[in-house]
Write a protein that binds this ligand. Structure first.
Ligand code: NAP
Length: 263
């Protein structure tokens, strides 16, 4: 069994190479924080899904590794000493590959994941595990829905002919599923609470359909839904590999890096 509690040593005198699996704001912030750490060299990895990604400070590589085996080969050939998986909570394939690839290469792995949102008094949430369950929940009770789920995840809702959808997306869906009643709203968050209140009331939305992306701050659309008595159908996060060290903030991730280096 490889020892996953000590970083793999680089060449004598070389800085410790830390690979950040990113594509998130916390991956971005972590890369910046790591550049201030002595004797560390940070490389951020992005999937390459967006045309103009916000590039983190430091070295950046873009594109998939070719599964867990490809990641293990990359780790061995580049001499990465530790990996921090800061990918989005819904990027579960990369999470599984990170665990398997690091295990194969004998490289320690930390998961950095923003806290999930939790319902509080006044919320009317239906939590679901997949989009079919969500479509079923919406189909029974909803008439006017804000669909805020990502442009590649719309298909499950297109058959709900009796529901009117406000489809909010950063980029235009391609292809656009054949909705009977829908309007497309191209917009990039974060959204202000006042704007969310106006949007929901103005379109007479009765249900918000979204994912539990989470974050340290409350999400404005969920706060507005609570105030206005709007139902929320929210998808739970997919499971991640169990048993990995896990933190929820950049500062905790930095402490982990230091502790792994004996500082
Ligand atoms: P995913 O389904 O977990 O991963 C699919 C494949 O994309 C992986 O097998 C891997 O390809 C490649 N990949 C993913 N993240 C990568 C990274 N940071 N560096 C290099 N390759 C990566 O991921 P996804 O949901 O498509 O998300 C892709 C990226 O967008 C992630 O980095 C994530 O942090 C970011 N993001 C995702 C969401 C979301 O809602 N899913 C939202 C915001 C940002 P190989 O198998 O070839 O290595």
């Amino acid at each position: 069994m490889p020892d996953l509690t000590t970083p793999r040593a680089g060449a004598a005198g070389a800085d410790l190479m830390v690979l950040v699996l990113g594509g998130t704001s916390e991956g971005f912030d972590l890369a910046r924080a790591l550049t201030r750490e002595p004797a560390a060299r940070v490389v951020s990895s992005l999937a390459g899904r967006t045309a103009n990604p916000r590039l983190p400070i430091g070295e950046v590589r873009i594109g998939g590794f070719g599964g867990a085996d490809g990641l293990a080969a990359y780790l061995r050939s580049t001499g990465v000493g530790m990996v921090i998986d800061a990918t989005h909570p819904f990027a579960a394939t990369m999470g599984g590959n990170a665990e398997e690839g690091c295990r194969q290469a004998g490289v320690p792995l930390l998961r950095l994941e923003r806290p999930a949102w939790r319902p509080i008094a006044g919320d009317n949430w239906t939590e679901v595990d997949d989009w079919d369950e969500a479509a079923n929940a919406v189909g029974k009770l909803s008439q006017r829905v804000l669909l805020a789920v990502g442009r590649r995840e719309l298909a499950a809702f297109a058959a709900l002919d009796h529901v009117w959808f406000l489809v909010r997306s950063v980029d235009p869906p391609n292809p656009v599923p054949a909705f009977r009643q829908a309007e497309l709203l191209l917009a990039r968050g974060p959204f202000a609470l006042d704007d969310e209140r106006r949007l929901l009331a103005g379109h007479r939305i009765d249900t918000i359909l979204c994912r539990n992306s989470g974050g340290s701050a409350a999400d404005a659309k969920l706060v507005a839904a609570r105030e206005l008595g709007i139902r929320v159908v929210i998808r739970r996060r997919p499971p991640r590999p169990a048993g990995l060290p896990r933190v929820s903030s950049v500062s905790e991730a930095i402490l982990w890096v230091r502790s792994m280096c004996g500082r």
